[in-house]
Each structure stands twice: as C-alpha cells, then as structure tokens.
Design a binder for this molecule. Structure first.
Ligand code: SF4
Ligand code: SF4
Length: 192
C-alpha cells in the first residue's frame, strides 16, 4: 500500500517536472539576457531629462523645484548664465543625478511644472565604480521625446497634449494692428 502511494507521488512529481519545461503556462522564467519580458508601461527605474527635437532644446528651465523636493537630495543643478551679461538663462549648466542615492520615488517627475523630467525603465545599470558609473550628468540624462513615447506612449501623449494647450495659453496669436488709412487732405474752408 505504501509502495503504491509512493509510486503515485513519484509519477505526479515526474509529470510536473517534465511539463514545467514544455507547458507555456508554467514557464515562469525567461532566458535572460537573451530573452527579456516586456515591461509594463508604468514600471519605472531612474529619472531622465526630456528634450524636443535636438538635445540643446531641453525642456528643463533650471527652476530647481525637483532639486528641492527630492527626498534624498540626489539632484544637483547649476543654472546657466549668459557669458556677456552674467544673467541667468532658463537652462541648466549642470544637472546631475546620483543614481546610487536615488530611491526611484518619482517625486521629481511629479513636481516638475514643465514635464521636463520623467522616469526611465532602464535597469541594466550595474557597475563597479560608484562615482563614474552611477553619477549621471546632463549629457547622460538627456533623452528625446520620441524615446519617452516609446517607453510610455499613453503618458507621453497626455503630456504632449497638455504642453500644446499650455503653449496656446502662454502665447496667444498676436493680432495684427488694423491698417491706418492715410490722412486725407482737409479741404480749405470757403465762405458762403
Ligand atoms: S527638471 Fe523640472 S523641476 Fe527640475 S529644474 Fe528642470 S524644470 Fe525645474
Ligand atoms: S526619483 Fe525621487 S529620489 Fe530619485 S531623483 Fe527623483 S525625487 Fe530624487
């Protein structure tokens, strides 16, 4: 009796073992890195800076709100200055994020009034050098709006619509002044 039960148990175990290799429903692992699972749109890793068209056309205006709100204070921004006047221009000269400190909370992306910083989905960032590998400067953080659309199409579409609306509000079409007709010569007064 005991031997019969043991045999049945072994058959069940063997059947499960073999099916775990061939039943697609039960294949819970992928052959990484040759195979990768498609990430859900809302998955997030670290922040990046969005630019429109070319990298010099970044959305960030260096307002520093994200730097102030970042809980572990891992964002560092320096405002660019006009070399002639010394006055600040609305662009960051330095924009660093220390990924080794960042806790991926997304607060920077949520507080940015200009939709200039968004959460990436890149996760293969392991390195041996903390300062060289994990401290990301402006050049490393910049990614195009097309890339943003690739990883988060729904959110990026909403942002595009919002930005185009706010541009319309900020810069209403300038009405051309009505053409002033040339002054007509006044006829001389005649006595009746
Ligand atoms: S990313 Fe946004 S919040 Fe941060 S400095 Fe730039 S514009 Fe301001
Ligand atoms: S995700 Fe959070 S911790 Fe990381 S830079 Fe943004 S605000 Fe800071």
């Amino acid at each position: 009796m005991l031997g019969n039960g043991l045999l049945q148990g072994l058959v069940v175990t063997a059947r499960n073992f073999i099916r775990s290799y061939f039943d697609p429903e039960r294949l819970t692992t992928v052959q990484y890195p040759e195979e990768r699972v498609t990430l859900p749109e809302n998955s997030r890793s670290f922040p990046f800076l969005v630019y429109d068209g070319t990298p010099d056309n970044l959305r960030c205006v260096a307002c520093k709100i994200c730097e102030q709100e970042c809980p572990p204070q891992c964002i560092y921004i320096e405002v660019e200055r006009d070399p002639k006047t010394g006055k600040p221009v609305r662009r960051p000269r330095v924009f660093d994020i220390d990924y080794s400190v960042c806790m991926q909370c997304q607060i920077c992306a949520e507080v940015c009034p200009f939709d200039a910083i968004k959460m990436d989905q890149v996760y293969e960032l392991a390195g041996t050098d903390r300062f060289g590998g994990m401290l990301h400067d402006k050049a490393a953080l910049l990614k195009s709006n097309e890339y943003y659309h690739q990883i988060r199409p729904t959110e990026a579409d909403e942002v595009d619509a919002r930005l185009s609306q706010s541009k319309k509000k900020v810069s209403p079409p300038i009405a051309k002044p009505a053409a002033v007709p040339p002054a007509q010569p006044v006829p001389p007064k005649t006595d009746v």
